[in-house]
Design a protein around this ligand. Structure first.
Ligand SMILES: CC(C)(COP(=O)(O)OP(=O)(O)OC[C@H]1O[C@@H](n2cnc3c(N)ncnc32)[C@H](O)[C@@H]1OP(=O)(O)O)[C@@H](O)C(=O)NCCC(=O)NCCS
Length: 332
């Protein structure tokens, strides 16, 4: 009976009401006194419900370049454009250096997942595509994830740090889930982790920054992030040709949104400058620090700090006073 149910379901997946229809159809065919078949069908149906419509989720830190990391990277590739994505090798190296305690800017990756019995298959949007009624083993599915860094600041902000979110996403099937709010949940876990790190390192966490896209600014706003008003911001190229020093892709315009730790409604220009400089160094320059060709290294540095950072500074200079108001982004 289990096998029959499984076959029936798999012929119509990923249709959402596949399970109910298959159940009703098979249930009608079972003789009223065939208790064993009813129990077997009920068991298979229960497993299907768990697999197709999970209701229990957990957050977990990814601290090794393991199977979970592989799954997250595959999702990143599915959701984000290649120009805003770090290479898998670099991200894996970042995780390893963080675990060894030698990363200047520790990397934080948190996954939100559910686990279901049996070997179940899902597509990249989170829909069940192949159901197994055999409850042997289990399948873990990641529905949401966040990656970013804890970044200590320098110069007049020595002893302070910021959190910087690199990527955060929820599989489309699980977005805007009023009951679970998966994206907000991984973000909260990220914020808690940065706060704990600051406490342990005896540093003061001043803010958390994110490079928001047009489509996600509502999400960030809802979670307390505000636009540093009138700033022009871009994510510098994440990869350069190490022979020529040319960027592989151009910079990507984004919106700089800030979550101030003490609920401030404005941020000092000085702190903003130091935060963005630190993000650029960590995300774009640090990986080229051991490049043997000094001329190429200088070209890369010049592109990131001399061009992209300078454009950001120019926008800051046009704002009057020493502080930048933190406000709702345009259109929210
Ligand atoms: C942005 C994203 C991560 C939100 O994930 P999510 O799991 O749907 O988020 P939540 O359910 O926690 O949303 C909480 C609130 O944020 C707001 N919100 C979420 N997505 C929004 C959107 N696309 N537009 C406007 N507001 C949004 C809503 O107020 C929502 O609450 P509501 O559903 O009760 O109205 C998800 O849409 C996504 O993965 N987008 C593609 C990747 C991306 O743009 N990532 C961000 C840039 S790094």
């Amino acid at each position: 009976m289990k096998k029959l149910f499984e076959d029936n379901i798999n012929s119509v997946l990923p249709s959402h009401d596949a399970g109910v229809k298959a159940y009703d159809r098979l249930r009608a065919r079972i003789r009223y006194d065939d208790v064993e078949s009813v129990a077997s069908l009920n068991q298979a149906y229960e497993l299907y419900q768990k697999a197709a419509d999970p209701c229990s989720f957990y957050n977990v830190k990814v601290q090794k370049p393991d199977e979970r990391f592989e799954k997250i990277y595959a999702l990143m590739k599915h959701i984000f454009e290649v120009q805003v994505l770090e290479s898998k090798e670099r991200l894996a190296d970042s995780i390893i250096r963080t675990e060894l305690g030698v990363h200047k800017f520790p990397c934080i990756i948190i996954a939100r997942a559910f686990t279901v019995p049996g070997t179940q298959l899902y597509d990249d949007n989170g829909n069940l595509t192949r159901f197994s009624a055999d409850a042997v083993g289990e399948t873990e599915v990641i529905v949401s994830f966040v990656s970013g860094n804890y970044m200590p600041l320098k110069r007049s902000y020595t002893g302070c740090a910021i959190g910087a979110v690199g990527h955060l996403a929820t599989l489309s099937r699980f977005r805007r889930n009023q009951e679970h709010r998966h994206g907000s949940s991984v973000l909260k876990a990220f914020l808690e982790t940065t706060s704990i790190m600051a406490r342990e390192r005896k540093e003061r966490l001043t803010l958390v920054a994110v490079e928001a896209t047009e489509d996600s600014k509502g999400f960030w706003y809802r979670n307390g992030f505000r636009w540093a008003q009138d700033t022009t911001y871009a994510q510098p190229p994440l990869a350069f040709n190490t022979e020529t020093g040319d960027p592989i892709f151009g910079e990507v315009p984004e919106l700089l949104m800030i979550l101030p730790m003490r609920g401030e409604t404005a941020i000092s220009k000085q702190l903003l400058k130091e935060s963005v400089r630190t993000m650029y160094v960590n995300w774009c320059l640090d990986k080229y620090r051991r490049l043997p060709r000094v001329d190429v290294k200088n070209m890369i540095r010049h592109y990131v700090m001399g061009k992209v950072f300078r454009q950001f500074l120019s926008s800051l200079n046009e704002i009057e006073g020493e502080h930048v108001p933190l406000i709702a982004p345009p259109g929210v």
